[in-house]
Each structure stands twice: as structure tokens, then as C-alpha cells.
Design a protein around this ligand. Structure first.
Ligand SMILES: *Cc1c(COP(=O)(O)O)cnc(C)c1O
Length: 376
């Protein structure tokens, strides 16, 4: 590591980035520079190609974190007289519903438990029963638990019902396949700082050209108007308002590394390797996962809080932090848990070192029983 200070972020983003990605931010760019315009175009075309959307879809980036692009997409693509069916099995589905409420789009919710995937047939029935629903939003990997939702089956049902699909692929894009050449989908939403391993600061959609065309005048916001943003980028190659130049430069480097790793397949395989080592190691220590292995994504793993009275999450977190590892609190509504991410510039040795640190910290804390309390 050449003496580089490396923080191991076992979180769902921001996450550990490569030295080259951080070094890409060491120069300043003018937003109207020809080379920055070329960089923006390269990012957009690489992301569109990664999603299998060449010729049919276009990547439109927007300043901000992932939530900004969710809000931009709901406002820009769901027309004022439209209605969104939000498929919910965690906090990020709820966030889309909340956005809908705030910007005043009609909505209905189909919710399942946080460890249960939505039933595509049920979605078909809801659509058949309510012809005013124009759009459906679903989260690909619900980062709340780490569950992967069956987006291909959902996409087919939504297309057959003649409605439009929006996928929040924030925590899966670039590592779990989502091929727009095969999956009918109007809008995919993601950000720079998850599986693409860039730094935080921009989100993007990969949207159907027809959907972008049809979205003029929908947005209730100036800065979050994706039609306007798209039109400006297509016309001049420039962002409408100050672009996050350094974030773009880092993403450009991160995307080159993604290609070098073998694209979505290569990146996904490394994360799956990280996840398997993590889950095996934690189970050997006596921990239990929240999800069944069948539903578990290779992105982030939820572990149930040990019942041992000596376990205290804050103390556990602080002790691991002191050893250079950052884990993540749980986000489940009813069950005590914590999460460990598998994504970022992390490799087998990093996960093994994290497991070693966890082993030491548990011993220090005197946590002998790592099994969770029985669920009441
Ligand atoms: C990270 C994430 C978001 C966006 O969160 P931000 O904190 O705004 O970047 C949205 N949806 C999912 C599924 C996510 O994992």
C-alpha cells in the first residue's frame, strides 16, 4: 500500500476506493474545458453500455447523492396525472414512497416483510385492478437487509400490463447483472459511490430515450429536472449547473478499473467471494444471518445482534473502528441487527483481516454467546 492510510469501509457507500481513483481528483478542471466535456461523455457512454442500453437508453447524471436522483427521477418521469406503484420491502422503498408524497404524485404501496421478496404475480393483480397506475418502482437490492428482489420477473409482468418500470439499482448497479437489452425498463437509478467504486457526489439514471423525450415539463423542480439536464448535455455536452468535476474525474478512473476487472461479471465475482468468506467466518464465530442464503445479495450482509449481555453495538463499532474497520448499524424495523458490506475496493485479505479484528474484539468484550435472542 506504499504507506498509504487505508480505511476499510465495510459499509454500503461511501466505500473504500482505490488510490488511483482518489488520485484522479488531484487536478482542477474547468466545466467548459473540452477535455472535461469529453470526460462527461465517456462516463455517460460507459454507464449506458454497462446497462446494455446502447442505442435505446441514455445516461443522465445529476449532482447529489443517490436520493437526489430518486427524487429527480420520480418527479421527471411520473407525469403530474400519473400514479406510481411502489414495491416496498425496506427503507429505500419507503423513501421512494416518501418522495412521491412530498412532490404530490399519486401513489399506492405493495409492501412485504423485510426478509420477503415481492411476488410478481401479486404485482400483476394490483396493476390489473388499478388502471390509473402508470409506473412501478422497485428496489433491486434492498440495502436495508441485503435482499435481492426478482426484478426480471417483475419487469416482464409490468411490461405485459403496459406500464413503465423504474428500478432503484443504487446498491447493485455494476455488480449484479441488469441487462436493458433483455429487461424491459424505462428508468434505472444509481450513483457513483457504490458498486462503481467512485467517490460520492453524483447520481444518474439510465433512461429509455422515448421516456426522456416524453418527460419534458413533468418535473416540479428546476435543479432536479432530468429532461432539462439531458437536453443540455445532448446539446452542448455541458452540465446545466456547476458539475462535481473532481467526482466525475474519479468516476472516470473507477469506470476504467471496472472494465479492467471484467465488468459486471468480474466485479460481481469479487464481491461474491468477499461475501462468502464473510458469512462463513461470521457463522464460524457463532453469528446468524438475517436472510436465507437464497435471497442474500453479495452486497451487504445483515447479522442478528448476539444475545450475550456483554455485547454492545457502539462498543463493538468503536473497537473495530480503532482497528481501521468501519461497519454499519442495522436498519431493520423490528429486529436488532448490524450490517457488514462486501463492496468497495476490498479483497479477500481485507475480509480475513476484518474477521480477525472481530474475533479479537469479541474476546476483549467477553461476548461468548453470539447467537441472537429467540424472536418473540
Ligand atoms: C444508497 C442507496 C440509496 C441512496 O442513498 P443516498 O444516501 O442518498 O446516496 C437509494 N437506494 C438504495 C437501495 C441505496 O442502497
Amino acid at each position: 500500500m506504499n504507506g498509504e492510510q487505508r480505511t476499510i469501509l465495510l459499509t454500503p457507500g461511501p466505500l473504500t476506493t482505490s488510490l488511483a481513483t482518489r488520485e484522479a481528483m488531484l487536478r482542477d478542471w474547468g466545466s467548459r474545458d473540452g477535455d472535461f466535456i469529453a470526460l462527461t461523455a465517456r462516463i455517460r457512454s460507459r454507464i449506458t453500455a454497462m446497462a446494455g442500453g446502447e442505442g435505446t437508453h441514455s445516461c443522465v447524471p445529476i449532482q447529489g447523492s443517490g436520493t437526489y436522483v430518486l427524487e429527480a427521477a420520480v418527479g421527471s418521469f411520473v407525469p403530474r396525472d400519473g400514479k406510481l406503484l411502489v414495491v416496498v420491502n425496506g427503507a429505500y422503498g419507503h423513501r421512494i414512497a416518501r418522495i412521491c408524497g412530498i412532490i404530490g404524485r399519486q401513489m399506492t404501496i405493495y409492501e412485504t416483510d423485510e426478509n420477503v421478496t415481492p411476488d410478481p404475480a401479486r404485482i400483476g393483480k394490483i396493476l390489473a385492478g388499478d388502471l390509473s397506475i402508470s409506473h412501478v418502482a422497485v428496489v433491486h437490492c434492498e440495502t436495508t437487509s441485503g435482499i435481492v428482489n426478482p426484478i426480471e420477473d417483475i419487469a416482464r409482468i409490468v411490461a405485459r400490463a403496459g406500464r413503465k418500470l423504474m428500478i432503484d439499482a443504487m446498491s447493485s448497479f455494476g455488480a449484479i447483472a441488469l441487462d436493458l437489452a433483455r429487461i424491459p425498463c424505462d428508468v434505472v437509478m444509481a450513483s457513483s459511490n457504490k458498486c462503481l467504486e467512485g467517490v460520492p457526489g453524483l447520481g444518474f439514471v439510465v433512461a429509455l430515450l422515448d421516456a426522456l423525450d416524453a418527460s419534458a415539463g413533468n418535473a416540479p423542480s428546476l435543479s432536479l429536472d432530468l429532461h432539462d439536464q439531458w437536453a443540455a448535455l445532448e446539446k452542448s455536452g455541458e452540465w446545466r449547473f456547476t458539475p462535481p468535476t473532481h467526482v466525475c474525474a474519479a468516476l472516470d478512473q473507477a469506470l476504467a478499473e471496472h472494465v479492467r476487472e471484467g465488468g459486471v461479471v468480474g466485479r460481481g465475482a469479487r464481491y461474491r467471494g468477499n461475501c462468502d468468506i464473510l458469512v462463513d467466518g461470521m457463522r464460524a464465530l457463532g453469528f446468524q444471518t438475517y436472510l436465507s442464503d437464497r435471497d442474500q445479495s453479495p452486497i451487504i450482509v445483515t447479522f442478528l445482534t448476539p444475545s450475550d449481555p456483554n455485547f454492545d453495538f457502539q462498543e463493538f463499532y468503536d473497537a473495530l473502528h480503532g482497528r481501521g474497520f468501519v461497519i454499519y448499524p442495522g436498519k431493520l424495523t423490528r429486529i436488532d441487527s448490524f450490517r457488514i458490506g462486501c463492496i468497495g475496493d476490498l479483497h479477500e485479505a481485507d475480509i480475513r483481516n476484518a474477521l480477525q479484528a472481530i474475533t479479537e474484539v469479541l474476546e476483549e468484550m467477553g461476548v461468548e454467546n453470539r447467537a441472537p435472542a429467540p424472536i418473540a
